[in-house]
Write a protein that binds this ligand. Structure first.
Ligand code: HEC
Length: 213
């Protein structure tokens, strides 16, 4: 009996998976037909929808867009996202963004965290980057995240090494909601989607250049 239930479950799962693949094919095929791949081609997902942590040798060569800094010592000793946040955008989406000012389907943004290592250098007093500490990703995909606001999915591999090898999508309330509320739904910021573009000079400059054309 137990075996039968397992078999039925397995058959059901296979059918559901088949349906999902069939459902996704037209979109992905349409993109392929236009000779375009998207930022999604850089990511690997597990069968149960986790993202496999991308290698630094991949994303550290992407387009670097900016580095917000929330030092612990200015945030009651523990910033929610400590401390330097170096943000990279996949090159396929950046090329499209430069032409349109729109974050295209498949946009991947990676935020790599590192600690403040020193506060003094021969150049002066300040905040100097120390060790890498964490990694987070946001991805825009209208198929996989059709139920997420703005179609953005958020993942965290942790704020402390060793990082997780795979990350499950965070609940909408824990990441997406703040991005939706504070990055997207603000009158000056409507075109900027769920991205905190105002803190990334590379993206602001690309948008400004577009307006001049
Ligand atoms: C309270 C608001 C808030 C919450 C909650 C939040 N973020 Fe963000 N996030 C920000 C802000 C503000 C920035 C840009 C400035 C910075 O990095 O400090 C940002 C930047 C990012 C970026 C860089 C790309 C972009 O969209 O600007 C990623 C990736 C990211 N967050 C992932 C996450 C993940 C994953 C979670 C949940 C674990 C999360 N965020 C939760 C406010 C938030």
């Amino acid at each position: 009996m137990k075996k039968k239930i397992t078999m039925t479950l397995a058959t059901g799962l296979a059918a559901a998976l088949g349906a999902t693949i069939l459902f996704q094919l037209p979109v992905r095929q349409a993109q392929a037909a236009e000779g375009e791949s998207t930022g999604l081609s850089f990511l690997t997902y597990t069968a149960d929808g986790k993202i496999v942590r991308p290698e630094p040798s991949l994303y550290r060569k992407w387009v670097y867009v900016g580095t917000p800094l929330t030092p612990n010592d200015m945030n009651d000793g523990e910033a929610s996202f400590p401390e330097f946040h170096a943000v990279y955008m996949d090159p396929i989406s950046f090329a499209s963004f430069e032409k349109t000012g729109v974050y295209p389907e498949g946009t991947v943004l990676i935020k790599e965290l590192s600690a403040v290592g020193a506060k003094e250098a021969s150049s002066g007093t300040g905040y100097f980057m120390g060790e890498f500490t964490g990694l987070e990703i946001t991805v825009k995909d209208s198929v996989r995240y059709k139920d997420e606001p703005g179609n953005w999915g958020y993942y965290s591999f942790g704020h402390k090494y060793p990082l997780k090898d795979e990350a499950t999508m965070n609940r909408t309330a824990s990441c997406n909601a703040c991005h939706e509320k504070t990055a997207a739904n603000n009158a000056q910021n409507l075109s900027k989607d769920w991205v905190f573009e105002q803190y990334y000079p590379m993206l602001s400059a690309a948008r400004a250049a577009l307006k001049k054309k």
